[in-house]
Design a protein around this ligand. Structure first.
Ligand SMILES: O=C(CO)[C@H](O)[C@H](O)COP(=O)(O)O
Length: 149
């Protein structure tokens, strides 16, 4: 499993913890920063992860900011990205099983390291159920082509 992860300055510490978790889980992980906690703009980091996931280079992306909200808003602007902001293991399982989410968003100012770890593990280990959920994903794809018109 290949995972690409990024944060902004407000998500840097949690991102570093999650990189270690991903390595423990034997995922192949690419960490695209940032490397210092100088203030940065989360859309710049979301963009790198979303392009790479949408291109099929990674199984999943993980994005961390202060709340996870800015990252999730940005990520869902990219075609082919289904980003889910999760604050519980239940949400993580459901968004994989029902939405086939491919990007997990987390808020360092919202969830602690232990909870974030269990959210990440649930996200990575839950398969998409397909079936009735597939036609709903097809409708999301249609909505992407309509692009709001
Ligand atoms: O959560 C976020 C976006 O949703 C950002 O991490 C947050 O807005 C950064 O705030 P600041 O520049 O005050 O550290």
């Amino acid at each position: 499993m290949k995972v690409i992860i990024a944060s902004d300055h407000a998500g840097l510490e949690l991102r570093r913890e999650l990189v270690n978790v991903l390595k423990e889980l034997r995922a192949e992980v690419d960490d695209v920063g940032p490397t210092t906690n100088a203030s940065v703009d989360y859309p710049d980091f979301a963009k790198q992860v979303c392009w790479a996931v949408a291109a099929g280079d990674y199984t999943f992306g993980v994005l961390v900011c202060g709340t996870g909200i800015g990252m999730s808003i940005t990520a869902n602007k990219y075609r082919g990205i289904r980003a889910a902001l999760c604050t519980s293991e239940f949400e993580a399982r459901m968004t994989r099983a029902h939405n086939d989410a491919n990007v997990l968003c987390l808020g360092q100012r919202v969830v602690g390291g232990g909870l974030a770890r269990s959210i990440l593990e649930a996200f990575l280990s839950t398969p998409f159920e397909g079936g009735r959920h597939q036609k709903r994903l097809d409708k999301i794809r249609e909505a992407e082509s309509e692009n709001g018109r």
